[in-house]
Each structure stands twice: as C-alpha cells, then as structure tokens.
Design a protein around this ligand. Sequence first.
Ligand SMILES: Cc1cc2nc3c(=O)[nH]c(=O)nc-3n(C[C@H](O)[C@H](O)[C@H](O)COP(=O)(O)OP(=O)(O)OC[C@H]3O[C@@H](n4cnc5c(N)ncnc54)[C@H](O)[C@@H]3O)c2cc1C
Length: 268
Amino acid sequence: MQDFDYCRPTNVAEVLALLRDGVDSKLLAGGQSLLASMKLGLMAPARLIALDRIPALRSSSEEQGRLCLGAMQTHGELAASPALQAWVPGLAQMAGHIADAQVRAMGTVGGSLANADPAACWPAGVLALGATLITDRREIAADDFFTGLFGTALEPDELLCGIRLRQPRRMAYLKFEQPASRFALVGVAVAQFDDGVRVALTGTSQGAIRLPAFEQALSRRFDPAVLQGLRVDENIMSADLHAGADYRAHLAVVLASRVVQQALEASE
Ligand SMILES: Cc1cc2nc3c(=O)[nH]c(=O)nc-3n(C[C@H](O)[C@H](O)[C@H](O)COP(=O)(O)OP(=O)(O)OC[C@H]3O[C@@H](n4cnc5c(N)ncnc54)[C@H](O)[C@@H]3O)c2cc1C
C-alpha cells in the first residue's frame, strides 16, 4: 500500500473544507471496503479523512414520523438498535446478517451505500424502503442514488450524512450467501406500504435495482403465489466463479417468493 496522510476532523464543516482543498482525498468510514482496495493497489489516495470522530454521523433520531440513521452507524450497532428493531425489524435483521462480527463492528451503513457494491445488502434494503439519503447539501431519493456498478449520485466532495426511513407495514430481506464472505450472491428486499409494495434486488451487474413486475403483482395481493410465472432476466445478473447469471436469475425468483412469505410470517 502506498503511503498516505491521515486526518480525523471533528465536524462536518472540517470534512468539507478538507475535501475541497485540492489534496487527493478519500473519506474513511469503517475501512472494510476502502482499505482492501488500497491494499490491492486499486486506489491510492494521498490522504484519508476519517469520519469516526463526528458525533453527528453516529446516532439515530426520530423526526416527524421518520427514523433517521447516522451514516457512521455500524452494521452491528444497527442490528442491535432498539429504535431500528421497533421501526423496521426486517432491516435490523438484515444488518445482523452482514458478513462476520468483525465486518459488522467496523463497517457502516453510509460506507456501504456510498460504495454501492453490487453484492451488498444495504442498497437493496434502502431501495425497497424508498429511503431518502441525506447529504451535507441535499436529499436524494434512493431511486436516484444508485447509478450502476459501484456508482452513486454523490459528488466527489459530497458527504453522506444519514438515511431517513418511513415505516412500512411489513419489510423483509433474504439473501443467498456466498459462503466464504457472506456477501449476497443474490438478495431480495420487499417492503409493503399503505400505497403499494416495493421490491429490490441485489446481485445484478448494475447493483441494486427494483423489480416493477413483482411490485405490481404484490401491490394487488401480498402473497407469494402471485409471483408464479414471473421471471428475472438473466442478462441483468452478475456472473462470476461463484455463480452464473442464469443461476442467479433463478435464485432471485425463488428468494422473492420466500421473502414475501417471511414478511407475512414476521408480522403475524
Ligand atoms: C469479508 C466481507 C464480507 C462482507 N459481506 C457483506 C455483506 O454480506 N453484505 C453487505 O452489505 N456488505 C458486506 N461487506 C461490505 C461491508 O458492509 C462494508 O462495511 C461496506 O461495504 C463499506 O463500509 P465501510 O464503512 O467499511 O466503508 P469504507 O470502506 O470506509 O468506505 C467505502 C467507500 O465509501 C466512501 N464513504 C464512506 N463513508 C462515506 C460517507 N459518509 N459519505 C460519502 N462517502 C463515504 C469511502 O470514501 C469509500 O469510497 C463485506 C465486507 C467484507 C470485507
């Protein structure tokens, strides 16, 4: 790994000033993806700006009937959060099944969303929930946030500060794990609201996406049976040594049925 400078600002204004001073910098959250990329030589920033000393990014709050998560809250913290467990238990469960205890202790929701790994769980979760991503300068609907493989709408000098969630009637997430890392080969999140159902899929070659045909069927009747006959196009799925695109497409349909059943059972 190449040498780099390291700094630990204590507020958002300091972070933004550092991001704009012309030094080639990267924000460091939990480091679980960024440091691995640097060790592999895929990235070599001149400076890391650590976000771990900024209290405003580390807590959840309830505002006007919405739950707001801090970008620097870790997967482990959110899995155990009474507020998240009460608000969207399915999302807390999703966080609790990310990777292993070490990754969950360090990795953050903000880092995962900003990284937009096509095998990650949080992008599917926030997309299904129709969450709002709050940055230092604007609010971005989850539908507009993910722009493709490892791509987001964030500007290079933009800080993701939090995630605002409305409360669904039901929500569940289910993934088929790659056994070594526990990343999702395929993951499906479903959320039912009074005004319809949203379904999001992770494991595609373009990152997390919604499945409109599944949403329409489930909005008419929230029952796994209505998904019979629906397909996911294998041309949109990732393919690698762990699984081919046709297998992933098949898994996506199977998981979609199961996750609806899981959401129904969880709310009984
Ligand atoms: C073995 C292993 C297994 C994993 N399994 C899973 C899994 O099953 N499911 C899953 O979802 N994830 C999984 N992950 C990924 C894990 O969730 C990481 O925590 C996550 O991808 C990155 O979060 P981080 O906080 O470590 O971010 P970092 O690695 O610190 O940063 C990632 C990127 O986001 C940028 N960034 C970070 N925070 C911000 C911010 N607030 N604003 C703007 N940009 C920011 C950084 O500059 C960097 O480019 C796994 C990781 C490993 C190592």
